[in-house]
Structure formats: structure tokens, C-alpha cells
Design a protein around this ligand. Structure first.
Ligand code: MD3
Ligand code: FE
Length: 204
């Protein structure tokens, strides 16, 4: 369903097998070195969400090659780029030559939230692909002007795909809450994982 221009929600896109495989991959990526960490914000705060990056390591306002512990960021695997292209093709009918080279894997425990923000640190305005695994969350999709209304709240469930391109690429968005205990039992996951795939626009 097209929720706004360029914003396409495909509920239940990932099969149970694909969700399990992605979860296994996330558990591996989460390990140190260059593993999951809570991002420190410039104002001194720390994000409640835990994040591991592939391809490029995100710190507020930029991407770098080195993780917070000084280790090289983990590689972005070719199979994940293929999945990203299939995702864009499913949402838009064609993949538009999508070549993602960044993945941000966010983990939400029962308390974690993400405030309304724009994703502006990429030099490419290619779409962002979002894949949800585990607990359902309330995803707040806002406008391109500010953090306030209008917005619409959408529940994202395990296996859902969302693609944000075109006019929606610079919309404010966030996760005001998750619904603990709603993950499908076959996953054996407490919490929520979200993978976003992006194009950096940076030279390899
Ligand atoms: C709309 N992640 O990593 S996914 C993020 O569930 C982020 O972890 C949230 O916001 C999460 O930056 C939301 C949905 C999403 C991701 C990226 C977007 C929506 C977006 C980029 C532009 C517009
Ligand atoms: Fe975001």
C-alpha cells in the first residue's frame, strides 16, 4: 500500500525462513569487534536503540569506515544488496538500479524508542529499504517540514517491508513505542530488529 508519495508498505513480505536467516545474520553482526553499540549524540545523550552498521559506520551527521571501538566496519554483503533490489522492485515495480552499500541494524528492547528525525546523512537520495523483525512497533510517519503534525501512525510487524523514496525520502519519522511480547514465537526473539538499507553516495 502506498501510504504517501514514494512510501510503500508491504506487510508480511519476508517469509518465516527469511526472517530467521536475517535474525541469525543480525546476531552475528552484533558481535564485537565493530558490534552493536548505543550511539552517542552530540548533545551528550545516548540513543536507547542499539545499532550495528555494515558498509559504513554511522555517527551523527556522517559516515566513516571505523566503528566506535576503532575496528573496521563490517562489510556489506552482496546477498543483502540483492535483497534490497528485490525489495525496491516489489514496492515500485522496478529496482531503479538500486545499489545499497549501508545497512543500519537497530535493536529495540521493551523500552527503546526513536524520536522524530530526518535521514539526511546520506549523499544519495536513493530510497531507504526498511525490514522489520520481531516485536511489532508503532511507526510514526510525519511530514517533510518539521517534527510535528500531520503524521500517521502505522504498525510495523515482523516480516514487513517499507520503502521510502521520492517525496517521502526526507519525511520526519520515528518509533514512539514497540509492543513487547508480540514477536512471532518461531523467532525466539525478545524485542524488535529493524534493518535499513541505504545508498551512501560515497566512493568505495
Ligand atoms: C522514512 N529507523 O534507522 S524504519 C533509522 O524502525 C530509522 O529502526 C526506524 O528511522 C526503525 O533511521 C524506522 C523506517 C524508516 C527508515 C528510514 C527512513 C523510515 C524512513 C528514511 C526516510 C524516510
Ligand atoms: Fe530514520
Amino acid at each position: 500500500a502506498e501510504v504517501a508519495p514514494g512510501a510503500v508498505h508491504v506487510p508480511g513480505w519476508l517469509t518465516a525462513d527469511e526472517q530467521r536467516r536475517l535474525l541469525d545474520a543480525c546476531r552475528e553482526w552484533a558481535r564485537s569487534p565493530a558490534g552493536m553499540r548505543q550511539t552517542r549524540l552530540p548533545g551528550g545523550g545516548v540513543m536507547s536503540v542499539r545499532t550495528v552498521c555494515l558498509g559504513w559506520h554511522w555517527v551523527p551527521y556522517r559516515y566513516q569506515r571505523t566503528a566506535d571501538d576503532g575496528a573496521p566496519v563490517k562489510p556489506f554483503p552482496a546477498w543483502l544488496a540483492d535483497l534490497g533490489r528485490r525489495a525496491v522492485a516489489t514496492a515500485y515495480g522496478h529496482d531503479g538500479g538500486y545499489r545499497p552499500d549501508i545497512a543500519l541494524v537497530n535493536f529495540y528492547d521493551a523500552e527503546a524508542r526513536m524520536g522524530q528525525h530526518q535521514d539526511k546523512d546520506e549523499r544519495s537520495l536513493a530510497p531507504v529499504v526498511s525490514l522489520s523483525i520481531g516485536d511489532t512497533c508503532v511507526f510514526r510517519f510525519g511530514n517533510t517540514r518539521d517534527r510535528g503534525r500531520p503524521w500517521s501512525d502505522v504498525q510495523l510487524e515482523s516480516g514487513d517491508l517499507f520503502v521510502f523514496g521520492g517525496e517521502s525520502r526526507l519525511a520526519y519519522h520515528g518509533v514512539p513505542k514497540t509492543l513487547p511480547g508480540t514477536a512471532p514465537p518461531f523467532l525466539g526473539l525478545r524485542g524488535r530488529l529493524n534493518l535499513t538499507l541505504r545508498e551512501s553516495g560515497l566512493s568505495p
